[in-house]
Design a protein around this ligand. Structure first.
Ligand code: AMP
Length: 173
């Protein structure tokens, strides 16, 4: 794939949020409408090809890519949020982090049985968050047809952790 404009805009921030992490700051991409159009168009084309019927975005940077994608495809958008943020009845998934655990949640009416879901986040690292989002969709009897990311940190092997699903990542490190 030829290099997309977003790649030249992503900023490396060392030691954020803790020592040893090289954080990929995507906020300069949000600032550039042409780069955002290009990235959203490419992810939308993948989601369309996979037959997506609902776009699932992972808090919080998955929202800024997932929502424009849903609008472009005229599809519903369903948020996956961190623990304690969703007001209505919800289901939860806990997953392991390097130290400790994390919990993500979805409203119980976010996905219809049999609905084809395309899950979006800004970045695939170890894959734990994405895998938990897939479980939330499947517990509502949805079908995960694919994942879309702006960035993949391929040395962390997130694709393997996610399992047997199609993954589209626009930029790979
Ligand atoms: P993971 O569950 O390990 O795949 O982590 C994915 C989530 O953590 C995504 O929502 C990313 O936004 C965030 N994340 C993890 N590592 C980084 C990084 N090096 N730079 C920016 N965001 C990251």
């Amino acid at each position: 794939m030829p290099e997309i404009k977003a790649k030249s805009l992503i900023r490396d921030v060392p030691d954020f949020p803790k020592p040893g992490i090289l954080f990929k700051d995507i906020t300069p991409v949000l600032h550039d409408a042409a780069a955002m159009h290009e990235a959203v168009d490419l992810l939308a084309a993948d989601a369309r090809a996979k037959g997506a019927e609902v776009i699932v975005g992972i808090e919080s940077r998955g929202f800024v890519f997932g929502m424009p994608l849903a609008l472009q495809l005229n599809l519903p958008f369903a948020p996956v949020r961190k623990h304690g943020k969703l007001p209505y009845e919800r289901i939860s998934e806990e997953y392991a982090l390097e130290y400790g655990t994390n919990i993500v949640e979805m409203h119980i009416d976010a996905i219809e049985p049999g609905q084809k879901a395309y899950i979006v986040d800004d970045l695939l690292a170890t894959g734990g968050t994405a895998r938990a989002a897939a479980r939330l969709v499947e517990r509502q009897n949805g079908i995960v047809v694919g994942f879309g990311f702006l960035v993949e940190l391929s040395f962390l092997n997130g694709r393997t952790a996610i399992g047997d699903y199609p993954v589209c990542a626009l930029i790979e490190y």
